[in-house]
Design a protein around this ligand. Structure first.
Ligand code: NAD
Ligand code: IPM
Ligand code: MN
Length: 359
């Protein structure tokens, strides 16, 4: 297969983890006889510095024309002045919106070999397999914002259509998995949540009677995620709740550096990125965990290119590397940690040992 993959390294550890992930994709392509072309484009702080725009039109165009987009992370202290006129994060939000990517899939699957990295007791973690579906192009992130000397406001609004489409995606995933969907909201306080709950209940009743649906308030959910994570299957929620709950959920896996994501819509292009940020505290040191980005590549192969065997190959290779204790500093505990590059190399060696070779 021939595929064009737009690579947006971004800021901080973004370029470090995407470089390793691209070498993993190249290794899979070689083994399976595919031709992947990688075009690199600016986004975020680096794009502000070079073009005065966190999402230059050429970057958006390249993403629209690609078969899939792989992104590292954006942002950092250099561009974080509270009074800054343009911010790296606006580039990422504009990209998600520009590509119509309303459903952000964030799987959470603690790995047996890394249970010690989690602050949660291991017996609570075995068998945890959660898919969080985060609404990605609406809510408070995209409402009108105002600021004057004495006050500021961010408007949170959702339309029925915005809720319906993401909730349907979540129900469909639940149907393919264990048939259980939890919808998270704050319906005791927020009007948008009351609409969310109404729409979700209606879709459940009319279209997915075979899926068990429960509604949980977001504050209680933050607690349940840590006290009984094994009970959950698919979780669907609005933009900001999903952002916060998935950073929390990363602690089930043991590190933010382990959680991948896929952002999908009705168009042809999907965006794949780790859920973590640019990690300014460790950027430039070559010690970031690349597995979240590598696992995002597996999602890219599966969801955008339909290469299921190749996607499984990457996931098995990451499993194998973790089983072989190929840990970066965030996972290593007292043991000697691997560099970002060495962890990527461990995955490539697993691919070479385990995966199919083209004729
Ligand atoms: P962060 O996710 O960058 O880092 C939080 C903590 O997790 C840090 O201690 C960091 O070192 C650690 N961490 C994150 N990824 C890691 C990895 N792969 N390996 C090892 N450790 C890792 O969050 P933050 O520090 O709050 O934000 C920094 C910047 O990143 C901000 O500008 C923020 O807006 C941006 N951000 C961008 C994205 C994105 O591009 N999708 C996501 C989140 C945050
Ligand atoms: C994420 C990040 C982004 C978000 C920021 C950088 C805009 O935290 O991808 O999780 O809040 O969506
Ligand atoms: Mn986030």
């Amino acid at each position: 297969m021939q595929a064009d993959i737009a690579v947006l390294p971004g800021d901080g550890i973004g370029p470090e983890v995407t470089a390793v992930a691209v070498s993993v994709l190249k290794s899979v392509a070689r083994r399976h006889g595919h031709q992947f072309e990688f075009g690199q484009h600016d986004i975020g702080g680096v794009a502000i510095d070079r073009h005065g725009d966190p999402l230059p039109p050429a970057t958006l165009r390249a993403c629209q024309q690609a078969d899939a987009v792989l992104l590292g992370a954006v942002g950092g202290p250099k561009w974080s002045d509270p009074n800054a006129r343009i911010r790296p994060e606006q580039g990422l939000l504009a990209l998600r919106r520009g590509l119509g990517l309303y459903a952000n899939l964030r799987p959470v699957r603690p790995h047996a070999a890394a249970l010690n990295a989690s602050p949660i007791k291991p017996h609570l973690l075995t068998g945890v397999d959660i898919m969080v579906v985060r609404e990605l192009t609406g809510g408070i992130y995209f409402g009108d914002k105002t600021r004057d000397a004495d006050s500021a406001s961010d408007l949170c609004s959702y339309s029925v259509v915005e809720i319906e489409r993401v909730v349907r995606s979540a129900f469909q995933l639940a149907r393919q998995r264990r048939g259980y969907l939890v919808s998270v909201d704050k319906a005791n306080v927020l009007e948008t949540s009351r609409l969310w709950r109404d729409v979700t209940s209606r879709i459940g009743r009319d279209e997915f009677a075979d899926v068990r649906l429960e509604h949980v308030l977001v504050d209680a959910m933050a607690m349940h995620l840590l006290s009984k994570p094994r009970e959950f299957d698919v979780i669907v929620t609005e933009n900001m709740f999903g952002d916060i709950l998935t950073d929390e959920a990363s602690m089930l896996a043991g590190s933010l550096g382990l959680l991948p994501s896929a952002s999908l819509g009705d168009g042809k292009v999907g965006l794949y990125e780790p859920i973590h940020g640019s990690a300014p505290d460790i950027a430039g040191k070559g010690i970031a965990n690349p597995y979240a980005t590598i696992l995002s590549c597996a999602m890219l192969l599966r969801h955008s290119l339909g290469l299921y065997e190749e996607a499984d190959c990457i996931e098995r290779a990451v499993d194998g590397a973790l089983n072989a204790q190929a840990f970066t500093a965030d996972l290593a505990g007292g043991a000697r940690p691997l560099s970002t590059q060495a962890a990527g190399q461990a995955v490539i060696e697993q691919i070479q040992a385990r995966c199919y070779v083209a004729e």
